[in-house]
Design a protein around this ligand. Structure first.
Ligand code: BTN
Length: 182
């Protein structure tokens, strides 16, 4: 791995941690807040791709596991993985490689990388896949039905769609520059 890759990974982890300083918005019906950190995870997948994106998120997860206050609101610790947000945290680790995979598939299917391919892969992974994992996790963790968990998680959709649109827009602008200098 080149110095340039290591720098990109470190900067991405730093960006995700910086987003933890944006205060969480609590949600009345579920003990999982609205946060901006998952926007950083979307960017990790889109800008760094599967391997480097996963490493940058994995570094964040190790920091959480050893108790560093790197999650929104300054929380951290292994307990975070078994709390109500545990499913989302697990999905964050999978998001970069899944986003890269869907992006590649859509680019092959439509023969080019467009804003829409980027946006669709971001929405498929950060909403469909990530929510599916979190909905099952929350249902088990909080002893509620899958339907109740599904309904409760719908509250995140508007915000996450907006984050996906902004992340796709940023990626479409930055990817040609990042790839040109690679
Ligand atoms: C944590 O800080 O412990 C993780 C919070 C996870 C919040 C999830 S990420 C996807 C969904 N969209 C949000 O804005 N919040 C939830």
């Amino acid at each position: 791995m080149k110095t340039r890759d290591v720098t990109q990974i470190a900067l991405m982890t730093a960006l995700i941690i910086a987003l933890a300083f944006v205060p969480a918005i609590p949600v009345a019906i579920i003990p999982v807040p609205i946060v901006l950190q998952n926007f950083g995870i979307m960017l990790a997948g889109l800008l760094l791709g599967g391997k480097k994106g996963t490493i940058s998120v994995a570094i964040l997860m190790v920091m959480v596991a050893v108790g560093l206050p790197v999650l929104t609101g300054g929380h951290g610790g292994a307990i975070s993985f078994i709390g109500p947000s545990g499913g989302y945290l697990l999905s964050w680790l999978l998001m970069p490689s899944l986003m890269a995979l869907f992006n590649r598939l859509l680019s092959k299917l439509f023969a080019k990388t467009s804003f829409w391919n980027i946006l669709i892969s971001t929405i498929i992974v950060s909403i469909l896949v990530s929510y599916a994992i979190a909905i099952v996790w929350i249902s088990v963790q909080m002893h509620i039905t899958l339907q109740q968990s599904l309904l409760a998680n719908m509250v995140f959709i508007p915000g996450d769609v907006i984050k996906a649109i902004i992340a796709a827009f940023i990626a479409q602008r930055l990817l040609p520059i990042i790839n040109k200098n690679a």
